[in-house]
Design a protein around this ligand. Structure first.
Ligand SMILES: [Zn+2]
Ligand SMILES: [Zn+2]
Length: 271
């Protein structure tokens, strides 16, 4: 059951938001590599990759909202486990926010009774453990003054990034994306942008792979950042294990106006 602070927490106007990195790798391995997930305050996840597995049961039970960038497994793998693990401990459903296209994929290919039960009908369709909320392109979801806006992404499946806006600052997460002019046009109009988290999945020698899988490599990242007129902190995510050092070296060598740094597990942003 959520504690008595839950409704207060939702009702409060949030002057700042806190994002904690639970996973920011393109793969798994060892004690530090976890796939994409960010915890916002105590109750919101942006993607739910394997990093979610580091949260305690008490922390998991507080997650009310999950914003999904796209349906790839490295971004959704923990949703089935969260819902199954804490669904019965909670008084209300966990809400999964995704575009209509991504929601359809999750329904058809993940929560389809074959890979995992459909928790929008468990224990009953009237009071389920989980529910979907479809995102309209560009439409804002406001959670107690914390504003979440999907942003365009260009990937091999329908995908979005997100802008998180606390009212006193904004953070943009690109999601998984290849070159994306539309994104920069929107991002350049966010005057209070403090933090940009952008993917660079591959090293330059795998540029062809980056192109076909609609990710970025360092040379492509530089072309993208050249379209960014603002000066936020720039943090690199989704590095492929085994190419981390090489890719970051190429990022640092290619860097111009922005000085991208490597996002780390456990890193916290207040904005
Ligand atoms: Zn992907
Ligand atoms: Zn990914």
């Amino acid at each position: 059951m959520p504690g008595p602070g839950a409704s207060l927490r939702e009702a409060r106007y949030h002057s700042t938001m806190r994002l904690r990195v639970l996973g920011c790798s393109g793969g798994i391995g060892g004690r530090h590599l976890r796939t994409t997930s960010f915890l916002v305050d105590n109750d919101v996840l942006i993607d739910a990759g394997t990093g979610v597995g580091d949260l305690s049961l008490a922390e998991l039970a507080q997650v009310d909202h999950i914003f999904v960038t796209h349906s790839h497994l490295d971004h959704v793998a923990s949703i089935p486990f969260i819902v199954d693990t804490v669904g019965g401990m909670r008084a209300k459903p966990i809400t999964v926010y995704a575009t209509a296209a991504t929601t359809e994929i999750l329904r058809r290919h993940l929560f389809n009774w074959a890979i995992w039960p459909d928790f929008t009908e468990i224990p009953t369709a009237e009071a389920p453990f989980m529910r979907y909320r479809e995102l309209e392109p560009g439409a804002v979801v406001d959670l107690g003054g914390r504003r979440f806006t999907p942003l365009p992404a260009v990937h091999t499946v329908p995908a979005v990034g997100y802008r998180l806006d606390s009212g006193s600052g904004s953070l943009v997460f690109s999601g998984d994306t290849g070159p994306n002019d539309e994104l920069w046009e929107i991002v350049n109009r966010i005057p209070d942008l403090k933090v940009l988290i952008v993917e660079t999945a591959f090293s330059n020698k795998e540029r062809v792979l980056a192109e076909v899988s609609k990710h970025l490599c360092p040379s492509m990242l530089m072309d993208e950042l050249a379209k960014l007129d603002l000066d936020p902190e720039v943090w690199i995510t989704h590095l492929k294990p085994g190419e981390i050092e090489l890719t970051m070296q190429e990022v640092e060598e290619g860097a111009r106006r922005h000085r991208p740094r490597m996002l780390q597990n456990g890193q916290v942003f207040d904005f």
